[in-house]
Design a protein around this ligand. Structure first.
Ligand SMILES: NC(=O)c1ccc[n+]([C@@H]2O[C@H](COP(=O)([O-])OP(=O)(O)OC[C@H]3O[C@@H](n4cnc5c(N)ncnc54)[C@H](OP(=O)(O)O)[C@@H]3O)[C@@H](O)[C@H]2O)c1
Length: 297
């Protein structure tokens, strides 16, 4: 089976492609937006890198030609001057869905986020909800996987966590009392591979989260203790209201970056009604093992 990935240079894409050798029956079209990203892709007979553009559906379809399954990973949490939620999360999804239909893809996998909602007052959650609606209305056989914070080599969540755990004066927004369900990125990889193989008809929307709910401050101290069992680290507090005010000013001046929207996303409790690990055929990695893996890395 051939799988086409968009955003193949994302942290999820990079981790997924690192599993290619353990999936000898699979080959990949790895779609990226720039020659430098193309150059940085892992070299393997199973991986064919292609430069793709989301602005021309016909050209995008040509780029994805040959794929049985399309896995749409491209998407952003942090807006930049040139990249807004509308283009990166909504319009790009529409383009990839149209391209997948044009090439008669047998299955479509979309990585969304816990909290996605087309009616959300939060612009990030709204954009992911709108993207889900595009996938659901496409008529494609599709699997939408809503994920929480992802922990694995190169994920933004893992980098921030390890940096905080190594900082004796670590601070978190509001003291880090928001609760997370961190998911091992290898578990997401398994879910994606299984969804591509199963190709369930219709569009199914699943929430897939890690096995443990934990407050972010406790996650930091747990990680710090794994680095140094004698640590005396306690997590200080950064006031959320003031930080949002400052983020609102600086992000307006800079045209993106750390916005009040991002702060609301980060500090929201990750709550799910049903963890679909069984439906997605995933055995969840215990949090301790995930933390060991990211510390080894
Ligand atoms: N990481 C997490 O904790 C997490 C949690 C929940 C959901 N997710 C979702 O999982 C997916 C992968 O996340 P990630 O953290 O691995 O991503 P990432 O490392 O931040 O990479 C973002 C990807 O999106 C591409 N991109 C940026 N702007 C774009 C645009 N305007 N049009 C098309 N592509 C654009 C980037 O390409 P360039 O390099 O060319 O800019 C890159 O391939 C995303 O859809 C994200 O929303 C991630």
């Amino acid at each position: 089976m051939k799988i086409a990935l968009t955003g193949a240079n994302s942290s999820v894409g990079t981790n997924l492609l690192a599993q290619a050798a353990s999936q000898p029956a699979l080959s990949f079209i790895a779609g990226v937006r720039s020659p430098s990203a193309l150059e940085a892709l892992p070299k393997s007979e199973q991986i064919e890198g292609r430069c793709i553009s989301y602005s021309d559906t016909a050209a995008l379809a040509t780029s994805l030609t040959g794929a049985d399954c399309v896995v749409h990973l491209a998407g952003i949490l942090i807006e930049g001057k040139q990249t807004k939620y509308r283009d990166a999360n909504v319009d790009a999804t529409r383009a990839v869905v149209d391209a997948a239909k044009a090439i008669d893809a047998k299955h479509f996998v979309f990585i969304s986020v816990v909290g996605a909602d087309a009616a959300s007052p939060n612009a990030y959650f709204r954009s992911k909800g709108e993207a889900e609606a595009i996938v659901a209305a496409s008529g494609l056989s599709a699997t939408i996987i809503r994920t929480p914070i992802l922990l694995g080599p190169g994920t933004a969540g893992a980098s921030a966590l390890v940096a905080a755990a190594k900082n004796p004066k670590a601070k978190a927004l509001g003291g880090g009392h928001y609760r997370m369900r961190p998911l091992d990125i290898d578990d997401l990889n398994s879910a994606i591979f299984n969804a591509c193989e199963k190709q369930t008809p219709g569009c199914a929307n699943y929430e897939l989260v890690g096995p443990e709910a934990i407050a972010y401050c406790d996650l930091i101290t747990k990680t710090a203790r794994m680095i140094d069992p004698h640590t005396t680290l306690t997590v200080g507090s950064i006031p959320i209201g003031f930080t949002k005010l400052m983020a609102g000013i600086t992000s307006t001046l800079r045209g993106g970056g750390f916005t009040p929207t991002v702060i609301d996303v980060i500090t929201q409790d990750e709550v799910v009604e049903h963890n679909a690990h069984a439906e997605l055929g995933v055995t969840l990695t215990p949090l301790n093992n995930t933390l060991e893996k990211i510390l080894e890395h």
